[in-house]
Design a protein around this ligand. Structure first.
Ligand code: 4AD
Ligand code: MG
Length: 434
């Protein structure tokens, strides 16, 4: 009996006979030797089948196994300095767990994105997708680590909600028994504000939904967002929290995955190393100037869209924080700037290299009367927000927070063209399967 091990642990078993369990990723042959590439989720290893070391049946079969055959392979671990894998397996026995019943649709040909998305359940097995999912898992771990280590309490926000948080145009409706309809959450923020008045520093991390018609490389209809909220925090403090948070997440991903980012995803990792505080800070007014100087027409009060974000961000080697937007284009809950009431005390963090907005947030309106007026201005149903107004009735305090989309952050860290590869099973305007 040999020990069962994983590819990632082979270094500890050099010279020993072990058994690996996995899938056949590819193979080639030189007559007397067959080379099987075995993938087990922790890595890929070359298994060398030498005619003299196995039975004639095994040797003959090893040359005909189709891609994605599941296998148990027994052999002796050898160090292999030449290969990037570091080790290989000198095979003694190959046991087929299951042969594919059809030819694998994702062979070694190049496939179009539409086809790959259709085959997402199989596409996940590729080395590139495995690398991305690993980075995503590390990003989520780093997010939790950052807040858990700074006295924040994790508070889960509901998914089914009675009202809009981020504008009524992107709501998904769900029939809800005798109560009529409910909506899938666009953001946990309002609930985090309630929790911050109980616990001081809180965050939620979960799926959020936007019925986005926009078909861009930055939009999903279902995405994961982390949302911290802090009592007795103003916009300046919020922006400091944003920059140390983003830097922590990026550096954690770089530490854990430098080789995969560079070798598998072909990411320029030097660009990530520069992501450290302080981030540059510019006002919306200054951003408008930069955009106009770049020859792009823009009027004060317009939203900074994808192209404009790229213009602003390309002036810096790290994320840039744009603050104090026109209040009219922002959600109802932003606090007005006392120095200029046309402005909202909000801040977006724009990632470099064309990745655009990864964070949106700011200081919340803490005055009851002003908030009531804002609800009316935005034509939001007053009854649905009575509980939220209570937070201003019973010991209101200055408070602030933000939301970061996990997928946009992972797309930037991995250097991907589109957010669709950063989530295991993407949901977009025209895609709900697999
Ligand atoms: O700027 P947004 O809409 O802000 C909020 O939802 C606030 N309530 C957050 C808060 O202050 N607690 O969204 C925040 C972030 C964006 O910066 C972006 O990273 C991501 O969520 N995001 C999306 N990601 C993918 N697909 C979409 N359709 C997204 N919409 C927003
Ligand atoms: Mg935003």
């Amino acid at each position: 009996m040999s020990t069962s091990v994983h590819v990632a642990d082979l270094a500890a078993h050099v010279g020993e006979e072990v058994t690996l369990h996995g899938w056949l990723q590819g193979r080639r042959s030189s007559g007397k030797l067959h080379f099987l590439q075995l993938r087990d989720g922790t890595g890929v290893v070359q298994c060398v089948v030498f005619k003299g070391n196995v039975t004639p049946e095994v040797f003959a079969e090893a040359d005909h196994l189709p891609q994605e055959t599941s296998l148990a392979v027994r052999g002796v671990v050898k160090r292999d300095e030449r290969s990037r894998l570091g080790h290989e397996l000198d095979v003694r026995a190959v046991e087929v767990v299951a042969r594919p019943t059809r030819e694998y649709p994702l062979g070694h040909k190049d496939h179009g994105v539409a086809f790959l998305m259709e085959q997402r359940h199989l596409w996940l097995r590729s080395q590139r997708q495995v690398a991305i999912l690993r980075v995503r898992a590390t990003v989520v771990r780093a997010i939790r680590e950052f807040f858990d280590g700074r006295g924040f309490t994790l508070v889960d926000a509901p998914i089914l909600t009675p009202a809009a948080c981020e504008g009524t145009s992107t709501l998904f409706e769900v029939p809800y028994f005798d109560l009529g309809k409910a909506f899938l959450t666009q953001s946990g923020q309002l609930y985090m504000e309630a929790a911050a008045m109980a616990l001081g520093k809180v965050y939620c991390l979960g799926p959020t939904f936007r019925a986005e018609r926009s078909k861009t490389r930055r939009h999903l209809t279902e995405f994961w967002m982390v949302e911290p909220e802090v009592a007795f925090l103003d916009l300046a403090g919020d922006m400091e929290l944003m920059e140390s948070f983003v830097s922590h997440v990026v550096q954690a991903a770089l530490r854990a995955h430098e080789a995969e980012l560079r070798d598998v995803l072909e990411r320029d990792v030097e660009k990530l190393r520069q992501v450290r505080p302080p981030f540059p800070r510019i006002t919306y007014d200054e951003a408008v100037e930069v955009i106009r100087r770049a020859g792009h027409p823009m009027t004060w009060g317009d939203d900074i869209g994808g192209d404009e974000e790229t213009i602003v961000a390309s002036a810096y080697d790290r994320p840039v924080m744009v603050h104090r937007y026109p209040a009219a284009m922002k959600a109802f809950y932003f606090k007005r700037d006392p120095a200029d009431p046309r402005l909202a005390l909000g801040c977006d963090v724009l990632a470099p290299e064309g990745y655009g907005e990864i964070i949106g947030g700011g200081q919340r309106e803490d005055d009851l009367a002003t908030l009531e007026a804002a609800l009316a201005e935005h034509r939001l149903p007053r009854e649905a927000f009575e509980w939220y107004l209570d937070l201003r009735r019973y010991g209101t305090v200055p408070h602030a927070g933000f939301g970061m989309g996990v997928e946009r952050c992972v797309a930037w860290i991995c250097g991907l063209h589109h957010v669709r590869e950063t989530i295991p099973f993407p949901r977009m305007t025209e895609r709900i399967t697999p």
